[in-house]
Design a protein around this ligand. Structure first.
Ligand code: SF4
Length: 691
């Protein structure tokens, strides 16, 4: 879990009443560090601004047996690859790029915080069984081409939706030529095509990486069962028989790619970039080049990029764009500093940022971004949708390998092709950059002085979790109350949502991020993005008691204070988008009893059930039109609540007429118990209390 998501996940976990987490778990503080002036100052600022959040995460981790990686220790996925991932393992993580660990042969899947809470609390985790796409790699990369270009090419083929519901399995003789960290890069960006996860079979490159990261025991164990850590040979001989789809890429012919702007699947081979930039009128001048991140900050990436930067120094090239380097972990930072690479980057004006997400997640106080000027940046990160890096919707973000980013930064123009073009140096002489060279793993081995890890206490039972009751950012949770055994009668309509309603509409991100650990404060954004069917306006609903219109959270708080239950009515695919559990917890916290929609996004529906809400769908979708603004609504039949048995809903209209409609649901017996207990976690709490 990362610091941003871990707050609410751990607050919930504390509700479970367990003395320790049920599976090995870690917290990584990588999101809350704002990149502004460079690593040292930025880290110090973050430690001061976020002190109470870090202290909370540290103490909860210590108490419940969770490994804690302090701010500055590194980015979650790099730290996981270096310390925890292993061939044949399975892991879930509260971030879509958890899939990075597929580079070390692990089934690693990104989930929402609620899923992580379940697993840490001892619940099983479920997933609709994915289909398989096979990516057959032949040949061997050479010159400027790197592992990043494999996934940039795949993204161009499959598009941002093409991997949804699939696991991508890479195989073929080409796969064995790619370094373990390069495999990590490829799997990491599988998230950009929606893949459930991506995976490579175990090979010597993984063995070497395990040895280099001081895990010989794991490497030897993997070797002993290696035939079980790769696909069966008959599968690879006749892949068409076993995969739902096959893609073939010849690495010997693969060109470096530049993907973007605004989407990671707009793939342009470097030989075409000049004409594509001209055709589209994209800003040619590169303002900033950024390398590193969880996707591309391996020793191999950095050493190859440094070889390009060194050429700039040796060939007297003046670097045209700003340049930043984000190491993925303190181990990488320490090792590349020892080996002189940071010195080389600084010689070409590079600024080393903290070992954290920084500009990759918009934690970048970029000078002038508020002016919203059209401009170009190029990064070795993974995501590049509008506003992702600096909040400016006009920043054209392009994604490429770190060595290509470094070369483009030196040239300062997006029309540069380092494979063919020359640059003029300070003496007015034409020079050409040679292809990058680097080492997969450091010859002198990795090194680090303080990796930034805090091991949990052996016995955490006496550790007190202290949360300031006046805190704005953190609030201990109270268990949601049990169902009182009565039908829901006299519900008021909080809002009838019109059209799209994502979890962002239900619980906005942006400035609200800082309240992710404070349920009551973040509840002040509940449904503020949803459009009210009756006035086509966001965040303006009728208080049917006073007759006045007000903001959704304020009106809901009024009802709650009066002890009046409410219902939210929604359209199709209600709750799509990010799986954030806040979108289910906030309505529950504010006293909404039921959500009745035409259809649900699957994860949000489950999240609502887990929080003890009634998640219902119209038996007849046309009944959506029968809901009127002043309706008083009864939900009948809860005492006979059973799987596949519809519930009855009575609409009492303001004109004195009544209508009866029916609601379907997808609760199984266990989920009905969650509803009765008030929340899924309440059941676990009871189980532990009875032990
Ligand atoms: S570096 Fe970017 S993609 Fe990686 S974990 Fe951080 S925010 Fe996510």
């Amino acid at each position: 879990m990362q610091d941003a998501t871990a707050q609410m996940a751990l607050l919930q976990f504390m509700q479970a009443g367990r003395p320790k987490v049920a599976v090995p778990s870690t917290v990584h503080c990588d999101h809350l560090i704002l990149a502004k002036e460079g690593a040292t100052k930025d880290l110090q600022n973050s430690l001061e601004t976020n002190k109470e959040v870090f202290d909370f995460l540290s103490s909860v981790s210590n108490k419940y047996g969770i490994g804690f990686w302090k701010p500055g220790a590194g980015i979650i996925h790099q730290v996981i690859l270096e310390n925890y991932a292993f061939p044949g393992g399975m892991m879930i993580g509260t971030d879509s790029h958890t899939v990075n660990a597929g580079g070390l042969g692990m089934i690693a899947i990104g989930v929402g915080g609620a899923d992580a809470v379940d697993v840490m609390a001892g619940f099983p985790w479920e997933l609709k069984f994915p289909k398989l796409i096979g990516v057959k790699l032949t040949g061997k990369m050479n010159g400027w081409t790197s592992a990043k270009d494999v996934i940039l090419k795949v993204a161009g083929i499959l598009t941002v939706k093409g991997g949804t519901g699939y696991i991508l399995e890479y195989f073929g003789e080409g796969a064995n030529t790619i370094s373990c960290t390069g495999k990590g890069t490829i799997c990491n960006m599988g998230a950009e095509i929606g893949a459930t996860t991506s995976l490579f079979g175990y090979d010597d490159k993984m063995y070497n990486y395990l040895i280099a990261t001081e895990r010989k025991e794991v490497a030897d164990l993997a070797n002993q069962i290696k035939e079980h850590l790769i696909g069966d040979s008959e599968v690879y001989l006749e892949p068409d028989k076993y995969f739902d789809q096959i893609i073939e890429i010849n690495l010997s012919e693969l060109e470096p790619h530049i993907n973007g702007p605004f989407t990671p699947d707009l793939a342009t081979p470097i030989s075409k970039i000049k004409e594509v930039v001209e055709q589209n009128g994209w800003p040619e001048k590169i303002e900033v080049g950024l390398i590193g991140s969880c996707t591309n900050s391996s020793y191999e990436d950095i050493s190859r990029s440094a070889s390009i930067a060194k050429q700039a120094v040796d060939k007297k090239l003046k670097v045209k764009s700003e340049f930043t380097i984000t190491p993925g972990s303190e181990m990488i930072r320490y090792t590349i500093e020892r080996d002189g690479f940071i010195d080389i980057f600084e010689k070409i004006g590079g600024v080393v940022l903290a070992n954290a997400c920084g500009p990759c997640i918009g934690q970048w106080a970029r000078h002038g971004a508020d002016k919203k000027e059209k401009n170009t940046i190029i990064t070795s990160f993974n995501r590049n949708f509008a506003k992702r890096n600096d909040g400016n919707p006009n920043t054209h973000g392009f994604v490429a390998s770190p060595e290509i980013v470094t070369a483009m930064t030196i040239a300062g123009t997006l029309k540069f092709n380092p494979l063919t073009d020359k640059l003029i140096n300070e003496d007015g002489i034409e020079v050409k950059l040679e292809p990058p060279v680097g080492e997969e793993l450091p010859i002198k081995g990795f090194d680090v002085k303080d990796p930034g890890y805090q091991a949990p206490a052996e016995d955490g039972s006496n550790i007190q979790i202290i949360v300031d009751p006046n805190s704005n950012r953190l609030q201990l949770l109270e268990s949601f109350p049990e169902w009182d055994g009565k039908d829901f009668v006299g519900l008021r309509l909080l809002i009838k949502v019109k059209g799209k309603c994502t979890t962002d509409h239900i619980s906005m991100a942006g400035p609200w991020l800082r309240f992710r650990g404070h349920l009551d404060n973040i509840s002040n954004n509940t449904l503020t993005g949803a459009i009210n069917y009756f006035n086509d306006t966001a965040n303006l609903v009728k208080n049917t008691i006073t007759g006045e219109y007000g903001e959704v959270p304020a009106v809901q708080r009024f009802y709650k204070q009066q002890g009046i239950g409410t219902i939210v009515v929604g359209d199709e695919n209600y709750g799509e988008g990010s799986s954030r559990e806040h979108a289910a917890m906030q309505p529950r916290h504010l006293g909404v009893k039921a959500i009745l929609v035409k259809s649900f996004a699957r994860i949000h529906e489950t999240n609502l059930k887990k929080q003890g809400m009634l998640a219902l769908t119209f038996a007849d979708k046309n009944d959506y039109d029968k809901i009127q603004e002043d309706d008083i609504i009864d939900i009948i039949g809860l005492n006979e609540f059973a799987p596949e048995k519809p519930l009855t809903i009575i609409l009492h209209h303001a004109d004195g007429t009544n209508e009866t409609i029916y609601a379907n649901h997808s609760y199984n017996w266990q989920q009905i118990e969650w509803f009765k207990a008030g929340a899924a976690l309440n059941i676990i709490k009871k189980q532990f209390a009875n032990k």
